[in-house]
Design a protein around this ligand. Structure first.
Ligand SMILES: [Zn+2]
Length: 261
């Protein structure tokens, strides 16, 4: 599933293709891909933003918001490719398309972006997400870290890959409770979340199965993963076998020696 770095990769690649263009039509080829009516004709694309795993197109009036969910991809093409679920015609004649094998991706047209993304927690790469703020967020919570960090209302943008990688890099077990972290552990986790997200953005995201940038390029961060999908293989740090367990219905990968419970 595309997480923050993959959506940011799409945002950066799409911005030069979309900003300044006017939308002339929209077509929900898979009707459920349109979470709201899409009446975009005549709207100009002013800017591309991202909030968590949502891509936000600022229009001259209102917003177009897209979430890729499991297998969504965004492309700009002369004709909508196979498996396109929603297509937006540009004044250049090209189509901006949500291409989605499993059809869970959604597009919303709203007056205010907050109507879709207002529930999200802080943006982990923002300047206001400081270690002190993270500590204040974690301290009152008794939840286990893995599900808490996946909770988009708590912190926006992380999914299974980057939660497992961040916890391993910070040497913190995924089943620790949030309120059990020392101030030093909070600072370590805060730093690791941010450095890993930045490195993944630099690498164009992680491709496990489907993800590709708008030009079809797979993400290159997979080669830098240290625990995710490495169950049964030796930890690069200590040589102990990486374990895989299921936490909150998600495959969870950790090193039992580097990340003691
Ligand atoms: Zn280890």
């Amino acid at each position: 599933m595309p997480e923050l770095p993959e959506v940011e990769t799409c945002r950066r690649a799409l911005a030069p293709l979309l900003v300044g263009r006017t939308l002339t039509a929209a077509e929900a080829i898979w009707p459920r891909a349109a979470a709201t009516p899409l009446e975009v004709a005549g709207r100009r694309i002013v800017r591309l933003d991202r909030r968590g795993k949502f891509l936000l197109l600022r229009l001259d009036r209102g917003w177009l918001v897209v979430h890729l969910r499991m297998t969504g991809r965004l492309v700009v093409a002369r004709e909508p490719p196979a498996r396109t679920t929603a297509a937006f015609r540009l004044d250049s004649g090209d189509w901006f398309c949500l291409v989605d094998m499993r059809k869970f991706g959604r597009a919303w047209q709203v007056a205010r972006a907050s109507e879709v993304v207002g529930h999200l927690g802080p943006e982990p790469l923002s300047r206001t997400f400081t270690a002190a703020r993270f500590e204040a967020m974690l301290a009152p919570r008794r939840a286990r870290l893995k599900p808490l960090l996946l909770n988009q209302r708590f912190l926006a943008g992380l999914g299974n890959i980057y939660v497992d990688e961040s916890l391993h890099a910070a040497r913190i077990h995924p089943l620790r409770t949030a309120d059990s972290l020392s101030a030093g552990e909070v600072r370590r986790l805060h730093r690791r979340v941010r450095t890993i997200l930045r490195a993944a953005i630099t690498a164009g995201g992680t491709t496990i199965q489907n993800f590709a940038g708008p030009d079809g390029t797979p993400g290159r961060f997979r080669s830098q993963l240290r625990v995710f999908r490495r169950g049964g293989e030796p930890c690069y740090h200590c040589g102990t076998t990486i374990e895989r367990s299921v936490v909150a219905q998600r495959g969870t990968h950790f090193c039992p020696r580097c990340q003691p419970l």
